[in-house]
Design a protein around this ligand. Structure first.
Ligand code: NAP
Length: 329
């Protein structure tokens, strides 16, 4: 195998807005021991990509290559790799590095794709679908009959959560940022949808959930919603703060949990729930089984050429997207 392969990708040299995303030549090395080189066929866009690009999250090195999920074909394997071979269809999620046409990845971070799952679907659900999986099975295991509030219900993670909660027999209440997004959330498992830019979501949730309130709130919006989210919980309910699309939470105090009725709160990250390859494989198998059974469906709202990643970021940050966005090399 040639040592280097001519490759293209998107880098950020200095933190900034979407214009900081630069389409450039990137050479890809041959895979080392325990590594695999992939030709990437589709790459998922996630809100976390914007946190890194803007500098909200620290960079491990410069320049930064954003991107947390992708799918493609194994082109070459390094010494000692046994779990995949050349020609296999594979996918992964890693915090960074996916916005490129070829990539070297650790073999133990790859999952084999069932033949029925296309590359674009795989690239749209590795990070988002595994997030939905750990949030409702491990972070707070949702049971049939429970009432659950999800913010940004028509977003990438939101549409997957609604469908999965519905399959589990929970009542899913969703919030959305425009009237146009409401029918999409309703088609994806939510039984009640609230436009939280037009209505007081705390009051509306109280009407739907009754005086008891919600068992759990999955809040990825952060700054604008966390206080209201606490008010939507039942006594001893759980606030899962798993994102900050509106900005980081600055003023949370542990006493807020006491005031709300002995509440719980946590701030989880997917990567702590798939740290071992066993846990990664088990969660991915569960996700793929749900997909292939038709219990949940991937909703790709936007397909964008990889070189135009800046347009994808602009749309995501201005709340114009629905479901997942996929970049195509
Ligand atoms: N902790 C983890 O491991 C983990 C893993 C995956 C994702 N996440 C988090 O989950 C969230 C969803 O990720 P995603 O990639 O699927 O994104 P997404 O939900 O498709 O997009 C973010 C959505 O947040 C809503 N939003 C509310 N206020 C906003 C604001 N001021 N600016 C921009 N958006 C705003 C918008 O929906 P409306 O217009 O409907 O309000 C927007 O569409 C993100 O916060 C992400 O960081 C966390």
């Amino acid at each position: 195998m040639a040592e280097q392969v001519a490759d293209m990708g998107v880098v950020v040299r200095r933190a900034g807005g979407p214009e900081a995303l630069e389409w450039t030549r990137l050479d890809t090395a041959a895979p080392g021991p325990g590594e695999v080189r992939m030709a990437q066929h589709a790459i998922g866009v996630n809100f976390i990509d914007t946190y890194f690009r803007s500098g909200l999250y620290p960079w491990p090195s410069t320049p930064l290559i954003p991107g947390g999920e992708a799918a493609g074909i194994v082109e070459g394997v390094g010494e000692g790799v046994r779990n995949v071979k050349v020609g296999d269809r594979v996918a992964y999620t890693l915090p960074l590095g996916a916005y490129r046409t070829r990539r070297v990845v650790p073999a133990d971070r790859l999952v084999l794709l069932p033949a029925s799952i296309p590359f674009d679907v795989a690239a749209s659900i590795m990070l988002k679908g595994l997030t939905a999986q750990f949030l409702i099975h491990s972070c707070y295991p949702v049971k049939s009959g429970q009432t659950v509030l999800v913010h940004a219900a028509a977003g990438g993670v939101g549409l997957l959560l609604g469908q999965w909660l519905n399959v589990l027999g929970a009542t899913a209440i969703g919030t959305v940022g425009s009237a146009q997004k409401a029918p999409i959330a309703l088609q994806n498992g939510y039984s009640h949808v609230i436009d939280y830019r037009a209505e007081d979501f705390v009051a509306r949730v109280a009407e739907v959930a009754g005086p008891k309130g919600c068992d759990v709130v999955y809040d990825s919006v952060g700054k604008d919603t966390w206080r209201g989210s606490l008010q939507c919980l039942k006594r001893r309910g759980m606030l899962v703060c798993f994102g900050q699309s509106s900005g980081p939470i600055a003023d949370f105090k542990i006493a807020d949990l006491h005031a709300g009725g002995s509440l719980y709160a946590c701030r989880p990250s997917l990567f702590d729930y798939i740290a071992s390859s066993e846990e990664l494989q088990t969660r991915a198998a569960d996700l793929f089984a749900r997909l292939t059974a038709g219990d949940i469906e991937a909703h790709i709202g936007q397909r964008v050429p990889l070189r135009d990643a800046a347009d994808a970021h602009r749309a995501l940050e201005s709340r114009r997207t629905v479901g997942a966005t996929v970049l195509l090399p």
